[in-house]
Design a protein around this ligand. Sequence first.
Ligand SMILES: *[C@@H]1O[C@H](CO)[C@@H](O)[C@H](O)[C@H]1NC(C)=O
Ligand SMILES: *[C@@H]1O[C@H](CO)[C@@H](O)[C@H](O)[C@H]1NC(C)=O
Ligand SMILES: *[C@@H]1O[C@H](CO)[C@@H](O)[C@H](O)[C@H]1NC(C)=O
Length: 605
Amino acid sequence: MVVGILLLLLIFCTCSVDATVDEQQNVDSRKPPPHILFVLIDDLGWGDVGFHQTSETGHDRPEVKTPVMDRLAQEEGLQLHRHYVHCSCTGTRTSLQSGRFPVHVQTTLKNPEVPSSGMPRNLTGLAEHLKSANTSYATHYVGKWDVGMATPKHTPKGRGYDTSLNYFEHKNDYFTQECIQSVCCNDHIHRQDKPTIYDLWDTDKPARALQGSDYEEFIFQRRMFDIIDSHAEQQESKDDTQQQPLFLFYAPHVAHCPLSVPQSYLDQFDFMDDDAYDDGDACKFKTYTIVGPGKKQPKHSCRKQYHAMVKLMDDILGSLVERLKRHGMWENTLMVVTSDNGGPIDPQESAATNYPLRGGKYSDWEGGVRATAFVSGGYLPMHQRGKILEKPIHICDWYATLPALAGVNVRKNDEDVAADKKIPPVDAVNVWPLIVGEDGGDSMNGEVCLQSVPPRKEIPLSKHALIDGHYKLIWNEEEMVAMAGWTYPDYPTSHTKGKDEIYGQMLNCSTGCLFNVHTDPGEHKDVSKSHPVRVQAMKKRLEELRKGFYDNDDRGIDSCPEEYADEDNKLPCACWMATNYYGGFLGPYQEVDLLPEFLDRVQAK
Ligand SMILES: *[C@@H]1O[C@H](CO)[C@@H](O)[C@H](O)[C@H]1NC(C)=O
Ligand SMILES: *[C@@H]1O[C@H](CO)[C@@H](O)[C@H](O)[C@H]1NC(C)=O
Ligand SMILES: *[C@@H]1O[C@H](CO)[C@@H](O)[C@H](O)[C@H]1NC(C)=O
């Protein structure tokens, strides 16, 4: 019997697919590469968009106002129902820019004043690949970066973006752009003992003129209008053979905490009256109640603020589409929209819901890693619009997919890892065949084969979770698995307590829990007992994969004066550079070509 099972297992395993087969097979080389609008939303929950509402939640929940995304996803787009990301920001963002799984580049939430935050210097960025295409892309970055800042190489410009208007940390203040996350920053709630430092960067210098000029998302919107307008203008003077495609990356701050939104948007949600918190704890831990410069709300209204922010971002997406249409660019645009992780369900942090998925941000439950995602735009073939793709994709796959549309095979030039054998090769695979429905179905059968859904193979989510086809193994021998609860559609409400029973739920998966996330996306039924062979095989595979896990430990040379290191400094070089070199803004702090005037000044002291 045991031998039989093992034999069966062997047979099953032989049908794995080699993902390195011709990456470009499905790309029509005669078609000009598309303009790409990539939108990486922050902390948007599965249940926080109109197109995920069901008959159970009610299709017209008034607090969920995302008409633009609903239209782009449901009518004009292809919904990606199994688009996997890391369970928190930095891992997802680094994975996308580097083409590696988070477990092969970065899984921590190190702030960027830690040199190994983000992506090692050696790796080639997504935008660098797009620039290397025969028809080189114009590349622009707007919004949250969170892929490291140590050296100029770590910044968006160093990673292949022609321009960037970005902040570096996980979050900043929406109205002042003051940094609020790292040790360099004053924290509005807890401390006020440091010089004020801002986090807003314009390509290669502090964005001094823009800091504090508006609600951050509107500053970003204006920059994107300028980018689209001037790109269109430049193309007008060129003939057809010289047209340059645009890659515009927009990483909104919305809907990450601090929950903070202009009054005019908050007012649109005045009808929500089950959202006042009396215990004073709700969404307060990591957020503010500021609704405008210096204005404080009398009460926290977490859910109200959250949905107002999402509505504001939805409006901005609508304005970008309109802008691209006005210039005749939309017909040849591929728009990719995804959240960077599931919604945070700690009621002290934010006010997202991932209903009907389990768990949330920071967890490997589907509520943490199955992102709200879709593709849209005129470049998407007609026959795929209005459909839902149920096959797994990982966020890193765009690193291979987007350059493939311009004829670039990112796996061909893997020598960037040669110097440092620790860094694993590219994980990304070209999933365009899946997007356009030309993958030949899953006749290889996701039910039985390990690594079997072409072209995307398995997804190791973390040390404790592995996805293979329809199945997900969650296995933690050391401790209980956290955040094992389910939110409800209108979560959190006035009935939700600080560390409530949903957020605080735990599950024992010490021998391995198994879920069929295809038929049971809510992970209600642990099927490990009825699939012992699969559980054993996936545990073995995860153990094998763990040996290759890598977390960025790259480290450059500080640009701070040597005396600084000798002093009894409690703050890292990044803080010194922000205060003394950039005039109160965060920026690169290692291997910076310091301005001669500055060096003279330091030496004179
Ligand atoms: C990798 O990075 C190190 C440190 O910056 C550098 O010395 C080395 O030349 C790099 N290797 C490649 C292939 O770029
Ligand atoms: C890029 O240009 C080179 C040289 O002109 C040509 O050989 C190659 O086929 C082109 N690649 C693509 C994908 O168009
Ligand atoms: C989890 O369950 C196993 C047995 O299945 C047990 O040995 C272990 O003590 C449990 N862990 C916790 C933390 O309760």
